[in-house]
Design a protein around this ligand. Structure first.
Ligand code: AMP
Length: 386
């Protein structure tokens, strides 16, 4: 699903929460010509749910599975892996409260990363309970925070009054030290949420997903209920989360839709690229076979274009200078573009119905016969055979 980059700020205040860091400090907020407060979207889920409600997607059958990909914006202090504009791809599954779905979302994303060659990842899970479990927990947490008030930063003093759970998002080292001893929500889960969490663990075990439980993991959004999770990579340093997500069973209702449970996750593309680069996997992506097709004097444009299009249709990365320069100049360019092969179609080749294939690494070349210009299978056989 594609949603707008600009939304009314109100959307995020209502969903992420007024007293979260994202809404209080990190949104790029503007006024439009009519004085309406708009912002660059800081995340994807709120917009997806707005669009889900506005477009009546509840009427589609089954669990609604939606994905998105695009830029997000947060006014944070830029550092490695943390940018003011970054790219997320996210998945949302709307319409079931089953912990099977939480496990499926975690497994699916983990498998995707593993297919990219990333095997050293950690899955971290927790449960933040629901409104009912939260009541007792918030009383205990407020009591704890009150007793530590003199050690807290100014922001946390406000958080502890307005939205105590958000103190765990604080990055101030002194506060973090205090919170090591804070009560944790997992000890306050009532039957339903406790059962949900136990079942999630069972399903993850069945899916062979190894996970750690971090009772302090709360994530920076108010809309989460029950399951929250992250997938992290040790190679990223302090900004170690590649993906974050969780269940948000109240969000659809809170935004004016019919009460509908849902779960989702979002991954940061730039962080993913950093991990892929550090683990040497990016080289493989760039390693696809590259062919440079020369464009020689007196070769009709359609014959040249046919050849280029044929190779592209076979998923071969195909380049050309598109200018009839000397063969030497074109081969130099092929070399600079790091092509594996140059395919040379000159006047002789055209007359003889042949192609010359030059291996750019070994600087050796050979001529092969072609039976059909429109389907030069002999060329494919040669390229794929090495
Ligand atoms: P969140 O939307 O905060 O749950 O973040 C989900 C994922 O988006 C994180 O795990 C990161 O991979 C990525 N991410 C979040 N904020 C940033 C940022 N400022 N710069 C780069 N990536 C980010």
């Amino acid at each position: 699903m594609v949603t707008p980059i600009i939304e009314y700020s109100e959307l995020f205040k209502r969903s992420i929460g007024d007293f979260t860091d994202i809404v209080q400090k990190e949104m790029f907020v503007f006024q439009d010509r009519k004085g309406r407060e708009i912002c660059l979207r800081p995340e994807g889920t709120a917009s997806i749910i707005r669009a889900y409600i506005e477009n009546n997607l509840a009427f589609l059958p089954g669990v609604k599975k939606i994905f998105y990909f695009g830029p997000m914006f947060r006014a944070e202090r830029p550092q490695k892996g943390r940018y003011r504009q970054f790219t997320q791809f996210g998945t949302e599954a709307i319409g079931s409260d089953s912990p099977l779905l939480d496990a499926e979302v975690i497994k699916m994303n983990l498998e995707l990363f593993q297919k990219m060659g990333l095997n050293e990842l950690d899955v971290v899970i927790n449960s933040v309970g629901c409104r009912t479990c939260n009541k007792d927990y918030l009383i205990a947490l407020k009591k704890f925070l009150h007793s530590k008030k003199q050690h807290l930063c100014e922001d946390c003093k406000i958080r502890s009054e307005k939205n105590p759970l958000r103190v765990f998002d604080c990055k101030v080292p002194d506060c973090r030290k205090v919170y090591e001893k804070a009560p944790v929500i997992i000890d306050f889960l009532k039957d339903d949420c406790h059962g949900h969490f136990e079942n999630l663990k069972k399903h993850l075990d069945a899916l062979d997903v190894t996970y750690k439980i971090d009772p302090k993991l709360v994530r920076g959004f108010d809309y989460y209920t029950k399951t929250v999770f992250e997938i992290t990579s040790g190679s990223l340093g302090s900004q170690n989360a590649i993906l974050g997500g969780g269940r948000y069973d109240y969000l659809v209702e809170q935004m004016g839709g019919k009460s509908t449970p849902a779960v989702g996750a979002a991954a940061g593309v730039e962080r993913l690229l950093l991990v892929l680069e550090e683990s040497g996997q990016l080289k493989d992506i760039n390693n696809e076979l590259t062919v440079y097709v020369t464009l020689m004097e007196n070769i009709p444009d359609p014959v040249f274009l046919d050849l280029v299009m044929f190779l592209r249709q076979k998923d071969i990365k195909t380049l050309s200078g598109f200018s009839r320069r000397s063969l030497k100049a074109q081969l130099n360019e092929a070399n600079n573009l790091k092509a594996d092969y140059a395919v040379i179609l000159g006047e002789d080749e055209l007359k003889e119905k042949s192609l010359t294939i030059r291996n750019m690494k070994s600087s050796t070349q050979e001529k092969i016969k072609i039976t059909d210009w429109h389907n030069p299978v002999e060329l494919m056989n040669k390229l794929q055979g090495g």
